[in-house]
Write a protein that binds this ligand. Structure first.
Ligand SMILES: [Zn+2]
Length: 68
């Protein structure tokens, strides 16, 4: 398991630790924060793709209905 140095107390702490066992600093490696950020970008991307797909499926029908 990769270890990092806690920026608050200087103790070695697991990268995936939810908090530093030495000083109690939450998420000392910002590991969970980074994952949160990546997760949000990923889901935003999926949402955009889904909206675009739905848009391209329905736009021809919508414009055809207005033109006729
Ligand atoms: Zn610490």
């Amino acid at each position: 398991m990769p270890l990092i140095i806690c920026s608050v107390c200087g103790k070695q702490v697991s990268k995936r630790a939810m908090m530093c066992p030495g000083c109690g600093e939450p998420d000392p490696a910002n590991y969970h924060l980074k994952n949160d950020w990546l997760g949000r970008i990923f889901w935003l991307f999926v949402l955009i793709i889904a909206v675009l797909l739905v848009w391209y499926q329905f736009v021809p029908y919508v414009s055809a209905a207005f033109i006729d």
